[in-house]
Design a protein around this ligand. Structure first.
Ligand code: ZN
Length: 253
């Protein structure tokens, strides 16, 4: 069984709780991380260290790309958090460790294939930046977007990035994770795009940390309670992160 995690966002209380949950499930032989280990949260170096230690793969997320390449196109609050994160990594730790982390961040892969399964942070068309949202299925949305995305998927594609877990079917249905409490069978040969949700900053109105287990035949969304206030107070006390980012952790928004 494989565990897929994404969007940890430097939230150590959530990250520790998710790794503990993975260990308690048993039978997980690989953990894949779909990016955004850092950004928004108060503990980027710790988050990178434990994720490097526990995961067989870390993909490039838009926050890693912004830390190494510049925070272009981000809103003010996110940009400040990214600039703070860059400084915390480059100047906040001893030189050899900072260089090791920086080299790793610069060289993260953008996508990964195993069998007929594709892993990306955003979407198959644009692995780092593109969002695939429920609203892409609504009337008025670009009618070419979802067919083009599905044409690039052999069978399954796991993504993160939106922080909203669930399953997109090829016939334009989105099944939110909260409706899939018994898991979801993906063994019928049809194509699925599966959003694994966010460990460190869920945005589906459920503040619990989220990740996904994949057996080869089915996916299971796990929600894990963690000490939200432990992270929120660190965020609040950091002038470059601030109260708004702290408050959204408690709301799951
Ligand atoms: Zn993210």
């Amino acid at each position: 069984m494989i565990a897929l995690i994404s969007d940890l966002h430097a939230n150590m209380a959530a990250i520790d709780a998710v790794f503990a949950d993975i260990d308690s499930v048993g039978g997980v032989d690989r953990i894949y991380c779909l990016g955004d280990v850092i950004g928004y949260g108060p503990q980027p170096v710790e988050a990178l260290d434990v994720t490097i230690d526990r995961c067989s793969l870390i993909l490039m997320g838009n926050h890693e790309a912004a830390v190494v390449g510049g925070a272009y196109g981000f809103r003010e609050q996110a940009r400040r958090a990214i600039d703070w994160t860059r400084a915390a990594i480059r100047e906040g730790v001893a030189k050899p460790r900072a260089k090791r982390l920086w080299d790793l961040l610069r060289n993260l892969p953008h996508k990964h294939h195993f069998g007929d399964v594709l892993l990306v942070h955003g979407s198959p068309r644009d692995p780092i930046m593109e969002y695939v949202l429920e609203s892409d299925l609504w009337e008025g949305a670009d009618p070419r977007k979802m067919p083009e995305i599905f044409s690039m998927i052999d069978r399954l594609c796991f993504v993160g990035h939106t922080h909203r877990p669930g399953v997109f079917t090829e016939d334009n249905v989105f099944l939110p994770a909260r409706e899939l409490t018994d898991g979801y069978d993906v063994s019928d040969g049809l194509k699925y795009l599966i959003n694994v949700g966010s460990v460190g900053q869920p945005r589906d109105n459920d503040p619990r940390a989220c990740y996904c287990l994949f057996t080869g035949d089915a996916v299971y969304f796990r929600r894990v309670e963690y000490d939200i206030e432990a992270t929120a107070s660190l965020v609040r006390d950091n002038p470059d992160l601030g109260a708004r980012l702290a408050d959204r952790l408690g709301k799951g928004q």
